[in-house]
Design a protein around this ligand. Structure first.
Ligand code: URA
Length: 245
């Protein structure tokens, strides 16, 4: 039976449907040796050989992996500059897993990888408002008005950011360390928010992603984990008064 290519990829656990579409568009998917970039292409997976970044697609057990991503690794499966990939760190993992969401090349911290496309969809879908918690070191002392802007929402070129929780952990004249919780995942979101208030990010680390946290893990270390229930947490309201900390 013929089905849409991105649906077959999601069922095989290669990626969420959205991610599968990205992989198709960027030319990472071949069907019987031919690169397919047209979305909506239908394929009979029992007849045709589908490869993603060169690896044949096959059905697998669902696995969930937590990785403490060090700086210097990309979370994409197919990188145009051939930089080290987070999956290079997963020695001995036979299943073909993919990162849930992204972390920049120079960001470290918690990354969940799985071959469960449905779970990935839930975790990255904006309607579930999955909390992502970061420790960010920003340049210079960030004044309270700027903290309020970060909390309430910043206008970026692709729209307003949603309300965030922001707690000041440490401040000197040279830097400010913030614990920031966001409930969405725009590209380079925190760096762009920090730039917008004039305090570029010097270091960024994710310590929590939905129900998963970094705890005692060491950089580069990974472990299998269970599929955890997604917490339904309300995000703070826009224009709420200053948060106490
Ligand atoms: N925000 C960023 O700017 N970069 C990341 O890697 C994650 C969140």
């Amino acid at each position: 039976m013929k089905e849409r290519l991105q649906k077959i990829m999601a069922q095989a656990g290669i990626a969420s449907r959205r991610k599968a579409e990205e992989l198709i568009k960027t030319g990472c998917v071949t069907v019987d040796g031919q690169t397919v970039t047209k979305l909506g292409t239908t394929v009979d997976s029992s007849v045709s050989l589908i490869r993603v970044a060169g690896t044949p697609l096959r059905m697998e057990n669902k696995v969930y992996i937590l990785l403490y991503k060090p700086k210097g690794y990309v979370t994409t499966l197919c990188d145009e500059f051939n930089r080290p990939k987070v999956t290079d760190l997963l020695h001995g993992v036979r299943e073909r897993v993919f990162p849930v969401g992204r972390l920049d090349y120079d960001t470290e911290g918690l990354l969940l990888l799985t071959n469960d496309g449905d779970y990935t969809n839930e975790l990255i879908h904006p309607k579930f408002k999955i909390p992502k918690v970061y420790i960010a070191k920003l340049k210079d002392r960030v004044e309270p008005e700027k903290i309020t802007l970060l909390r309430n929402g910043i206008r970026l070129e692709d729209g307003w950011t949603k309300p965030a929780r922001v707690v000041v952990m440490k401040q000197t004249s040279a830097f400010t360390v913030l614990r920031i919780t966001i409930y969405e995942g725009k590209k380079r979101q925190l760096k762009r928010m920090a730039d917008a208030v004039g305090h570029p990010i010097m270091e960024l680390k994710r310590i929590q992603f939905g129900p998963y946290s970094l705890d005692q893990m060491q950089k580069g270390q990974w472990q299998y984990v269970k599929r955890l229930q997604i917490m339904k947490e309300d995000s703070p309201q826009r224009h709420k008064g200053a948060e106490k900390y």
